[in-house]
Design a protein around this ligand. Structure first.
Ligand code: ADP
Ligand code: MG
Length: 238
């Protein structure tokens, strides 16, 4: 289960009011995209949900439980970063297994989970390689594999494809939406790319200056943008 609700979530950095107050409902199993221009607070909002930043005020409910003051590890969420954050000296296998080892899982459980993730992500033949001997797309898949084995309530992606070239990006988009169809786990995906938002999302959250401008299905936003900003950003003719 991965239902997430934000209630009056606020974040200030010093005097900078980055998130003045966000209310948002994410249903279990939904693929939600946070989209908006650079600096609008997408990463901050995702990091607040992940627990990598503390809220200044407000509630973050995961399956009805307020986790706003819980440590990241207690939230049951897995974050996938743009920079992959892989360990260069470890094999793909050990990169994927790392969190499970830290959690004290048995060798047999670790092996089953790593092999299963590798199968889903087409990494079975690469498990003994090190990240330096992989393509960008493969590295991103390792980062996703590391998230999958933890069986999270939700996956959080922060611009995971922006380091990849255009052709590969299109491929990885399909892989991530395919993964969502297979796992049916809640995914929150941050991007500044309108095309990614329009093609991947069940539900788009358009942000500007830390505020939610509109929430809706891609075609609803396109056909009925709430304002000029959304229309312009989504590329709607209205
Ligand atoms: P986005 O991901 O949409 O590009 P961010 O969430 O990274 O935007 O940043 C939103 C705003 O918050 C920006 O003005 C940024 O400079 C500011 N900000 C983000 N993190 C910090 C921080 N740790 N300290 C101070 N300001 C920050
Ligand atoms: Mg960002």
């Amino acid at each position: 289960m991965g239902a997430i609700r934000l209630e009056k979530v606020k974040k200030t950095f010093g005097t900078l009011d980055v998130i003045p107050g966000v209310d948002l409902d994410i249903n279990d199993g939904e693929f939600v995209v946070f989209v908006g221009p650079s600096g609008c607070g997408k990463s901050t909002l995702l990091r607040l949900i992940a627990g990598l930043e503390d809220v200044t005020d407000g509630k973050i409910l995961i399956n009805g439980v307020d986790v706003a003051n819980e440590a990241p590890a207690k939230r049951g969420l897995s974050m996938v970063f743009q920079s992959y954050a892989l360990y260069p000296h470890m094999t793909v296998y050990n990169n994927i297994a790392f969190g499970l080892k830290m959690a004290g899982e048995s060798k047999a459980v670790i092996d089953e989970k790593v092999q299963n993730a590798a199968k889903i992500l087409n990494l079975t033949d690469y498990l003994e390689r090190r990240p330096g001997a992989l393509s960008g797309g493969q590295r991103q898949r390792v980062a996703i594999g590391r998230a999958i084995v933890r069986n999270p309530a939700a996956f959080l992606f922060d611009e995971p494809l922006s380091n990849l070239d255009a052709a590969l990006r299109v491929n990885m988009r399909l892989e991530i939406t395919g993964l969502h169809q297979e796992l049916k786990t809640t995914m929150i995906y941050v991007t500044h790319d309108q095309v990614e938002a329009m093609t991947m999302a069940d539900k788009i959250v358009v942000l500007q200056a830390g505020r939610v401008e509109q929430v809706g299905k891609p075609m609803d936003l396109y056909n009925n943008p709430a304002n000029k900003f959304v229309a312009g950003f989504i590329g709607s003719p209205k």
